[in-house]
Design a protein. Sequence first.
Length: 454
Amino acid sequence: MTAHPISETIASLMPRAKAELTELVAFQSVADPAQFPKSECEAAAAWVADALRAEDFQDVALLDTPDGTQSVYGFLPGPADAPTVLLYAHYDVQPPLDESAWISPPFELTEREGRWFGRGAADCKGGFIMHLLALRALKANGGVPVSVKVIAEGSEEQGTGGLERYAEAHPELLAADTVVIGDTGNFRVGLPTVTATLRGMTMLRVTLDTLEGNLHSGQFGGAAPDALAAMIQLLASLRAEDGTTTIDGLTTDAEWDGLQYPESDFRKDAKVLDGVELIGTGTVADRIWARPAVTVIGIDCPPVVGATPSLQASARAQISLRVPPGQDAAEATKLLTAHLKAHAPWGARVSVEQVGQGQAFRADTSSPAYTSMAQAMEAAYPGEKMQTSGMGGSIPLCNTLAALYPEAEILLIGLSEPEAQIHAVNESVSPEELERLSVAEALFLQNYAESKHS
């Protein structure tokens, strides 16, 4: 770290940041009442609102969004004629998956091997703490030079679009000159990175029905159509033998011409087992940033323990399709739906339900805000130049903001570097990254304010 006063202030605030992240991680704020009580999300939202009030934010509000969740909003006025910057994070988290696979409890922030472990530590409760650190450092060093809006979403991980619909209905609320989305991450620890592209996504649930009820597999097996077997065959049609996504009519040969991702590094980051091949063709960057990718993320079927010798009458699966920039998510949804209906075997009855959708995003990396961020990151990471990469994940709000505020500059930074293992067991955040990125954000706000007045 440099000896810059901002750096020194944020270093002194890190113990407080850890204590606050501990409190925030403790909320089991999975935005799915079928898995965790809605009260956990409501309590997390209240915590975020209280944190904003404590920093003198005005107009702090819990926004009831159309998907039944709450987003938290606050406004901190800056000097007269100062530009407005919107800072984004989300407080909802992915479910912990198999809690027994966590080395420490998922909702207890635990320090181990120089990292802080806990669900949401990096994605994206840590992102909210990053915003707080940056603002506190500025307050301690002459004041916040811009007007700041903060929005903390309550259902980003579910992809149900509540905040997007709310913003469309209240277009003045989130209007800003620049938006900093604190929900991506560095290409790797210590390498400052802004994310230039995001894949969009669509989420579908497909149900196959073949029988009026389950049947004895000995008495009827061999002639009666088994819905689970039909589902397995249908899902297999979504990929070629080499693992390439194969959805009828969907283009899968685009190429990425920016920062590359060596296969050896990817294997290590993804923890691919020795002897197991990567899937797809082209470079790793092509596959994860420039091309669509289908994933079966859930199947309803009998568990092995307690299974009976039965043919299944019905089967259901949830399918996620990541959609790269240049492809329309709504069109991809139509193609995936048509593919599922066309490839269901044996005349199985097919029903498809859409449960989420978001468009891909491409940032304008030539904008003045990117120059300000590059300068800030180079100061926060001495000896390193800011890199620009893609990201395979989706942040549906980005396109909504880009459509509502076409003149606004949108930057994507965050704490979700490969070691963070977001969405997996044992998610963690690097406190050094939290510290350095908070410095970068604070310096960016200073640089940006100066650039707008020069």
